[in-house]
Ligand binder design. Structure first.
Ligand code: NOJ
Length: 447
């Protein structure tokens, strides 16, 4: 195949807590990110910042959708704030909260932009966390009910859902090292249990969506270590493949800890003892409930280079870095999807790719983000090669359309193609937005 397929989906992505604001309006309940940020004594967030206002997309979504249309965006991946729709997570439905997503979806459809709905992007209703959050298996039923309410409401308008964004960050950062909400530090055994509950919740949500709309597509968006070979030889490719999925090199931040459960209905034997101990307690009936997604969403930022012996290759001094100090490793876009396809055999969508830059408004009033253009260009060229070499990647979503709230880093990391002045909330398109429009118009032909 030559380059990007004809019906390739080109879009952008964001998430509720990172852009909506309106944290306590129109009946929305509190969620764990509201609580985590408001606990300023805990010093969790850069500069004591929070998502109370963020980009104010709750009030400015029309302007945002109009900007997307202007820049030729074909699909928008957004997430629903669970506590906006069901304030305590499992009780009464908040009609005003649902109405916001109704309006957003309608505005997208009118603009000819396909809505891609993520059901959970980290903002768990606080009332559910009070009952144990993802460690409490009751969350499976609550997530299923919430999903069904959305699927029924959006039947015929939303045809593509992603259940859970980055279960690895939910688990490791939220419950393992406490860097993210709810800020807990639990044992490996508990983390394994959380992963299992997440897999059951994904499966329940998938069944609920399919019961309402059998044609709708359902994906999940895991993340983890993605390795690429130092040299493009068969031995080195094999070593990169093995290193990607080897749980003995660090188990919790891997794709397979989630995808093996959902797709292979088993755990990899290279898992550490605590994980195998937990796995031994799983009843057979749980495995029968696992649902393989229709596609895998992959968020691609940086990868690890591996030599032909399978050892990680240290980055040299002066290695290219983003403003966040993440490595610029475009090759991960070529080999990452191929390795996931080899293990799981499912189609994929790049559900996030991007970088933060030290963007600012220049004297001429514009934002010249050449670093972003160069980065995205490099990654897209490698994605094209990966597709040509057989990886069935169906779409690409840039992270993120607007600058937004970057979790523990607050507003200090700018990932957007649209600059946001957080004092006035004014939006200024960066050069990359103009560049991306041309990429989309030419279906990647201009790369
Ligand atoms: C992945 C997460 O899904 C998203 O919320 C975050 O902003 C980006 N990575 C960048 O860190």
């Amino acid at each position: 195949m030559n380059g990007f397929p004809k019906d390739f989906i080109w879009g952008v992505a964001c998430a509720s807590y990172q852009c909506e604001g309106a944290w306590d309006e129109d009946g929305k309940g509190p969620n764990i990110w509201d609580d985590f940020c408001h606990d300023t004594a805990g010093n969790h967030i850069y500069n004591g910042e929070n998502g109370d206002v963020a980009c104010d997309s709750y009030h400015r979504y029309r302007e945002d959708v109009a900007l997307m249309k202007r820049f030729g965006i074909r699909a928008y991946r957004f997430s629903v704030s669970w506590a906006r729709v069901i304030p305590d997570g499992d009780g009464e439905v908040n009609e005003k909260g649902l109405a916001y997503y109704d309006n957003l979806v309608n505005a997208l459809l009118e603009a000819g932009i396909q809505p891609l709905m993520t059901l959970y992007h980290w903002d768990l209703p606080s009332a559910l966390q009070d009952k144990g959050g993802w460690l409490n298996r009751d969350i499976v039923a609550a997530f299923g009910r919430y999903t069904r309410i959305l699927a029924q409401r959006f039947r015929g308008r939303v045809r593509n859902y992603m259940t859970i964004n980055e279960p690895q960050c939910v688990t490791v950062l939220g419950y393992g090292n406490g860097e993210h909400a709810p800020g807990l530090k639990m044992s490996d055994y508990s983390l394994a249990k959380i992963y299992h509950n997440i897999c059951l919740a994904h499966s329940e949500a998938q069944r609920q969506i399919k019961a309402v709309d059998p044609q709708a597509l359902v994906g999940i968006v895991p993340c983890g270590r993605l390795c690429y070979p130092e040299q493009d030889t068969p031995e080195n490719r094999e070593a990169a493949y093995q290193a990607t999925f080897d749980l003995s090199r660090g188990w919790a931040f891997t794709f397979n800890i989630v995808l093996d459960s959902l797709i292979h209905r088993s755990y990899d034997p290279t898992a550490p003892q605590a994980v195998r101990d937990f796995a031994a307690s799983i009843p057979a009936s749980d495995w029968e409930r696992m649902e393989a997604p229709d596609y895998i969403g992959i968020n691609v930022y940086q990868g690890d280079m591996v030599d032909r012996e399978g050892c990680f290759v240290p980055r040299y001094s002066g290695f290219p870095m983003t403003a966040f100090k993440w490595g610029v490793t475009p090759e991960v876009m070529r080999y990452g999807p191929q390795n996931l396809y080899r293990r799981y055999g499912l189609p994929m969508v790049i559900t996030e790719n991007g970088l933060s830059c030290n963007d600012r408004v220049y004297l001429d009033g514009k934002v010249h983000d050449l670093d972003r253009i160069d980065f995205l260009h490099r990654y897209l060229l490698q994605l094209k090669r990966g597709i040509e070499e057989g990886a069935p990647v169906k779409g690409y979503l840039q992270w993120s359309f607007l600058d937004n709230f970057e979790w523990g880093r607050g507003y200090s990391e700018r990932f957007g193609m649209i600059y946001v002045d957080y004092r006035t909330l004014e939006r200024t398109p960066k050069d990359s937005a103009h560049w991306y429009r041309q990429v989309i118009e030419s279906n990647g032909g201009n790369l």
